[in-house]
Every structure is written in structure tokens, then in C-alpha cells.
Design a protein around this ligand. Structure first.
Ligand code: ADP
Ligand code: MG
Length: 385
């Protein structure tokens, strides 16, 4: 589905009920039987068919013919719609503009709030490319029989949100996080170019040490970015100040491979500066010197600990990490293929969220870390707690 703001308005309340019912039904059904959709939505069977038909026409759900029964599943478009609708209900997002980025595992759009101020919407798309990897390594999911793209994408958005929040609150140069719903993250628009696109800077040495200092500042606070490269560093057009983005792979300095991640971040910057600016320095940070004698982060605050306490659970962190590992080794293993189409009907359980309730709870909290209702009640969340 093309993201279309008009769509946000032109779904009738009954259609919305049905769409939400499909999402809820996906929690336990790969293909949600039509009768179940009718049951969950509390609408009469006949009425439901027509409503589903119109949702299917707009690609918010798609019909799946099963050996045993006919049913529907939520599409990317449907999930996008539910997330954007939640944000628009909360008045954090009002309209959708152009797509500015297609990452391997995300889509980035310029959107606007009610005052017309530009914001950035990041839609996580885990499982779009390497769904096979998760399917093959599924055993790590234990009781969860499968890894659904919806569930993984939502974990990524929740993790990124949790990190962006603590980083922003502690004055790290990151975009201001504004809202998060399902697999989507809304944040400040940075008027900038990715470092990747920059061929000249006034002082490469100065930028180099600013970036290395940032890596060290992260580590003092207990964090390693994990993907600190020229794609994820934006250089503000006005000031030349670097802004760091893209946090789903962040790890704690107490992670077992922390030093390896740290060195890789440092190496990315060194290599890029050598190639792009012919700048080389003998000075670069060492992981050990960012820690105390007994190997703990030395800063006055520990953001890794704060994130762990923020509601984004360690268990979820682990699931996401294992997914990312699986995908990485799949990529390294050879060809990439798009399995967008097949990703949906592959034995997934999917998360379901009672939208309206969430919205009310959230508004009462007045704060986005009152995330309780959105935190996994999905396939992993509640069941094995
Ligand atoms: P991915 O996980 O797909 O790499 P990123 O978060 O790195 O996603 O974003 C991809 C691209 O989108 C960035 O390289 C940048 O050009 C653009 N982008 C992302 N966030 C912002 C933002 N807040 N302001 C401006 N541009 C952004
Ligand atoms: Mg990126």
C-alpha cells in the first residue's frame, strides 16, 4: 500500500473494527477464519463479509485460501494503517508526505504534524528480505512457534524508541523521539545529509575526533551503537553537527561481544575517514580504557540499565538480537531475495493490539513511556511470562 493520508480518514468505524479483529485474530491464527473475524468484531456475519471485502480491495487485509478454510491475514499496509491511525488519533502525526528512504529493513517517510511541521516516520520491516533465515533458525523462539514479521518489526521499533528516548534525554545528538506505535517510530526531522554523501568537510580531524568522542561517550554511558557508520551519521546542513540515528542494534557495554562491537564502530569511522578524506590518525579509542578496572562503564549514568528498566525487556532484546544474527548469517551465506510476498503466510503468529484502549490509556499517561498496553501481548509477550 502506498502510504496515503486520506486512507487514515476514510475507514469507517465498522471497517476499523474488522481490521482490528483481523489483527487480534492473527495472534493465534496464521490465517484468520472469517467466522472468527465476525466473532471478534461483534458484527453479523453478512455485514462482515462486505467490510472485509472493502478492506481487501484497499490491500489492508488479504484473502488466503487455506486447505481447511478461507480466511484473511493482515498485510503490511494494514499494519501500517493501524500504526498510523494510532498516531493520528494521538495527534502526533497528521499527514503523510514523500518516502525519503528505503532501507533493507525499514521505510522512511516525511510526515507532518497538525501544524504542518515536518517529521520523520520510520516503519520497521523486519523479515522483508531474509525471512528464510528466521524460519530456519526458528528454534531459538522456543515456545513461540514462529517469528512473525509483525512481531519482529514491532520489537525493533520498541527498542529503537527506548534507546532514542534515553539518549535524547541525556543530551546525546540524536533526533527527538516523538511517538511509537506498533512497528513505527515518529521522530524529529533532521535537516541534514548522511555523512556518506559528503565529500568535503572544513576539518576532517575535528569531525573525526567529535565522532570518536561520541563513541566514547556512548560507552561511558554503558552503550555501543553497533552500526556507527557513514549511513547512520547525519551532518546538519546549517551547523555541520553530527546527529546519530538508527538504534535497533545497540548493545550494552556489558554484552559478551561488547569489545568486538565497539572496535567495529571505531573501525568503520577510521576506514571511512581514510578513504573519503584521506585522514588518518594514530589516535582512536580502546574499549578497555572506557571502562573501570573491573570492566564496568564509568559514566555518571548507565543508559543500558535505564533502558532495561524502561519496559523494553531483556528478553525482547535477546529475541531481536538473535533474529538479527540469523539474518546477518543468512546474508553472508549468499543471495538475497525478496520474500515479501511469502513472508505473510508462513506459519506466523502475530501480535494484536486493542487500538482504542491503547490510545486512551496512553493519553491519560500523557507520556509515551506509559507504553504498557503496547508492550508485547503478542506471540512472545504474555504467554511465557
Ligand atoms: P535503516 O535502519 O533502514 O538504515 P535509518 O534509521 O538509518 O534506517 O534511516 C535511513 C535513512 O533515512 C537515513 O540514512 C537518513 O537519510 C534518513 N533518515 C532517517 N531518520 C531521519 C531523520 N530523523 N531526519 C532526517 N533523515 C532521516
Ligand atoms: Mg541506517
Amino acid at each position: 500500500m502506498k502510504l496515503d493520508a486520506t486512507d487514515l480518514r476514510y475507514v469507517t468505524p465498522d471497517e476499523f473494527r474488522v481490521l482490528t479483529a483481523v489483527e487480534m485474530g492473527s495472534k493465534n491464527h496464521e490465517v484468520v477464519p472469517t467466522v472468527l473475524i465476525a466473532q471478534i468484531s461483534g458484527l453479523r456475519n453478512g455485514g462482515v463479509n462486505k467490510l472485509i471485502g472493502s478492506l481487501a480491495k484497499r490491500n489492508l487485509v488479504s484473502k488466503v485460501q487455506n486447505a481447511k478454510y478461507d480466511g484473511y491475514r493482515l498485510t503490511y499496509g494494514g499494519y501500517d494503517f493501524l500504526a498510523m491511525r494510532a498516531m493520528s488519533k494521538r495527534d502526533t502525526m497528521h499527514s503523510v508526505g514523500n518516502q525519503i528512504g528505503v532501507g533493507k529493513e525499514s521505510d522512511i517517510y516525511i510526515v507532518a504534524d497538525a501544524e504542518g511541521k515536518e517529521l520523520v516516520l520510520k516503519l520497521h520491516r523486519l523479515g522483508r528480505i531474509s525471512f528464510r533465515a528466521i524460519k530456519e533458525k526458528r528454534d531459538y523462539l522456543g515456545k513461540r512457534k514462529s517469528a512473525s514479521w509483525m512481531y519482529m518489526s514491532r520489537l525493533a521499533a520498541q527498542k529503537e524508541w527506548a534507546f532514542m528516548k534515553v539518549l535524547h534525554e541525556h543530551n546525546f545528538p540524536v533526533p527527538r523521539p516523538i511517538d511509537q506505535a506498533r512497528h513505527c517510530l515518529l521522530m524529529e526531522f533532521i535537516d541534514a545529509y548522511p555523512l556518506r554523501q559528503i565529500s568535503e568537510v572544513p576539518s576532517p580531524g575535528k569531525l573525526y575526533s567529535t565522532l570518536m568522542d561520541l563513541i566514547v561517550r556512548f560507552a561511558h554511558a554503558g552503550l555501543i551503537h553497533g552500526d556507527f557508520n557513514e549511513f547512520n551519521i547525519l551532518i546538519r546542513r546549517e551547523t555541520g553537527e553530527p546527529i546519530v540515528i538508527d538504534f535497533p542494534q545497540m548493545v550494552s557495554t556489558s554484552h559478551e561481544n561488547a569489545e568486538w562491537y565497539f572496535n567495529r564502530d571505531v573501525e568503520c569511522i577510521r576506514t571511512f575517514f581514510k578513504r573519503r578524506f584521506r585522514y588518518e590518525s594514530a589516535l582512536y579509542p580502546r574499549f578497555k580504557s572506557t571502562l573501570s578496572e573491573d570492566g564496568v562503564a564509568t559514566g555518571e549514568f548507565r543508559l543500558d540499565v535505564m533502558v532495561a528498566a524502561s519496559g523494553f525487556k531483556q528478553k525482547d532484546m535477546k529475541i531481536l538480537e538473535e533474529y538479527m544474527e540469523a539474518v546477518k548469517s543468512d546474508d553472508e551465506g549468499g543471495e538475497e531475495e525478496s520474500e515479501e510476498e511469502s513472508s505473510g503466510d508462513s506459519g506466523e503468529e502475530e501480535d494484536a493490539e486493542a487500538d482504542e484502549e491503547d490510545e486512551e490509556t496512553r493519553q491519560e499517561d500523557g507520556e509515551n513511556d506509559g507504553e504498557a498496553p503496547e508492550v508485547p501481548r503478542g506471540p512472545a509477550g504474555s504467554e511465557d511470562e
